[in-house]
Ligand binder design. Structure first.
Ligand code: H2U
Length: 353
């Protein structure tokens, strides 16, 4: 028997009623189902990512002075340390393309490099726990890497996988940089949508979006003179964040000292809010999207960082992108506006400090 009952009030209210939101960066849609956030949970619980307490682990491959899996010894580094990934995902050597024998079996060679970047010699301190001056060193390291890698590669993907819930293999604070001679899929989508908007309006999509979010204030989590952090209108992950500069900036290596300092400050505050939300070391994947290199005019580009955390209800209940998400489109329960409010309500003083 089907449920034929009709709601008595048909007025649409996005805080209560199902709707879809459009992501102008990816061109994709997300289903928002606010009324579902009250459903009970009897499913899987993750072990919360604990805070590390020891500043040095003799078994860690990334601690200063330790030997990595391939026998190479890490230096006694003092701030950041970058090395080529011993299990690099892409090979440096460019290869000639071979013809694809069938239209349905397409391939293309890809060349590049993969690097690991240790954020600090202190095994126990994740980004929000580092002093702001040390977060500045991480940003300066990203900038130096961009300056170097953009000479040779077209796309430089800087990212961090944090926490076992995101498949991170080592709790030592670290990120990665994969640089390639081709644009990966997410970059192609963002590039095409930013370009289309720029051509249609002669304006930058993300600068217009930042202005709108500053006016509305509904989804703003943090802001300072140079930066804005919002739960984007089209967020898929429950506590997803978008970090945006307020001035035109195409990539991290264009930032001046003041913009770099205030980026470190806003990263520290919004990542501290993350940890304080469920009193745990908040897992996420984050990464920077900025202009492609060696590809002519990039006026349509505006730097931004995405933070995709998997947690939904507590330190142990994760959002699963399964079922409808895999087969139809991403879906969320708590609205972006509610998520922004929850994060705004969190302290910027770390719970473990
Ligand atoms: P995760 O963020 O996925 O944990 O990545 C850590 C990287 O460190 C992983 O890509 C590399 C792995 O290949 N690694 C080395 O290059 N050398 C080592 O000795 C250990 C880990």
């Amino acid at each position: 028997m089907s449920d034929q009952s009709k709601p008595s009030d048909t007025t649409f209210n996005p805080s209560d009623h199902s709707h879809r939101r459009h992501n102008p960066l990816s061109g994709e849609w997300v289903l928002v189902s606010p009324h579902r956030s009250k459903r009970p949970w009897l499913g899987q619980e993750e072990a919360p990512t604990p805070l590390q307490t020891t500043p040095y682990d003799p078994k860690c491959y990334l601690c200063a002075g330790n030997t990595r899996i391939n026998g190479i010894e890490n230096p006694q580094y003092e701030n950041t340390f970058v090395f080529t990934n011993d299990f690099a995902a892409v090979e440096q050597q460019m290869r000639e393309s071979t013809a694809c024998e069938h239209a349905l079996l397409q391939h293309t060679p890809v060349a590049g490099t993969s690097r690991v970047i240790c954020f600090s010699p202190d095994h126990s301190k994740t980004l929000p726990q580092l002093p702001q001056t040390e977060i500045v060193k991480v940003i300066e390291c990203w900038q130096a890497q961009l300056n170097e890698l953009s000479q040779q590669w077209d796309w430089v993907q800087i990212f961090e996988n944090k926490g076992a819930a995101m498949g991170c293999s080592n709790p030592h604070p670290h990120g990665q940089i994969w640089a390639t001679d081709t644009l990966p899929t997410e970059a192609i989508k963002a590039d095409a949508n930013l370009r289309r908007y720029y051509e249609q309006h002669q304006r930058n999509l993300l600068l217009d979006y930042a202005t709108l979010e500053l006016e509305q204030q509904e989804r703003v989590v943090d802001q300072n003179e140079h930066w804005l952090v919002v739960v984007p209108y089209w967020a898929c992950w429950p506590f997803e964040l978008l970090l945006l500069p307020l001035q035109p900036v195409k990539h991290l290596n264009q930032l001046n000292h003041a913009q770099t300092d205030s980026l470190a400050s806003i990263m520290k505050s919004c990542l501290t809010r993350y940890d304080n939300l469920f009193n745990c070391s908040f897992p996420y994947s984050m990464g920077w999207h900025g202009q492609a290199f060696n590809r002519g005019n990039q006026d349509h580009w505006q730097l931004h960082a995405h933070f995709y955390p998997p947690l939904l209800r507590s330190a142990s209940v994760k959002k699963h992108m399964v079922g409808y998400e895999m087969l139809a489109e991403p879906q969320r329960d708590i609205t972006p506006e509610q998520a922004a409010q929850r994060l705004r309500d969190c302290s910027t003083k770390h719970y473990a400090a």
